[in-house]
Design a protein around this ligand. Structure first.
Ligand code: PGA
Length: 242
């Protein structure tokens, strides 16, 4: 793994945004895998600025988001699709037809997962996968447990994850869907390059274990050790247990 440590979270965001700009410049039709969560917000802000300043053209870029809540429509204010529209999609020149999302309101959720895997394959796989990491070590919605599912699948969300996402649902954990759809660790590990962002002391423990600990389904991020091209972008607090 390449581990890059920066003084501040803003410097992390600037560096990751620059990394994405470079990836698009090298390959204008790159396929990006994108995360939601608090961590990438600053990166998306930096990317918007770089786009407005004319430094990056997303016209031929394809995106696949990692995950989505089940049982809510894409237009729901708490959906990850709404999050992405607000923080990135509405302000850059991605072609709407090249933006791919899991539909949590699909009538057959298992078929929706198969559709998504097929779409990733048809796009030639993910070129650069951007990731956050949950404070419990989850990646996408691949939660710690006794087993991991390889491909895109339905997930029962951990209480801690529902709590972490309550802000999207009026601050009330009871409003956070109990289920979600997520790319599997196999889908994610199929990406050409993985860029993981972690900032803040809250992430130090899981970052340390993910990098230095054993492979375990109790820490899905530990499976990133199996990948040959992982870049970790960390601020000092997040790197403090390395
Ligand atoms: P966070 O979530 O960025 O809000 O901490 C990260 C994640 O759950 O992947």
């Amino acid at each position: 793994m390449d581990i890059l440590v920066f003084d501040t979270a803003d410097e992390v965001a600037a560096a990751v945004a620059g990394r994405i700009v470079d990836a698009v410049a090298a390959r204008p039709d790159v396929v990006l895998g994108l995360p939601t969560g608090r961590t990438p917000i600053a990166t998306y802000r930096a990317l918007r600025r770089l786009h407005h300043a004319g430094h990056v053209n997303f016209a031929r870029v394809t995106t696949f988001n990692l995950d989505e809540f089940a049982g809510i429509t894409p237009g729901h204010p708490g959906s990850f699709r709404t999050f992405m529209d607000r923080h990135l999609f509405s302000e850059v020149n991605l072609a709407p037809g090249r933006i791919h999302f899991l539909d949590g309101a699909a009538p057959d959720l298992d078929a929706e997962c198969v559709r998504y895997e097929t779409a990733v394959d048809a796009a030639g796989g993910i070129g650069l996968q951007l990731l956050g990491i949950g404070s419990n070590g989850h990646i996408g919605f691949n939660e710690p447990g006794t087993e991991l599912v390889t491909r895109t699948h339905r997930v029962h969300l951990a209480a801690s994850t529902r709590r972490d996402n309550a802000a999207l649902f009026g601050g009330d954990i009871a409003n956070v869907p109990a289920e979600a759809l997520s790319m599997g660790m196999g889908t994610i590990l199929g990406a050409g390059t993985i860029v993981l962002i972690a900032t803040g002391e809250r992430k130090a423990q899981c970052v340390g274990s993910a990098v230095q600990g054993p492979l375990t389904t109790q820490l899905p991020a530990s499976f990133l050790q199996l990948h040959r091209h992982v870049e970790l972008y960390l601020d000092r607090p997040a790197a403090s247990r390395l």
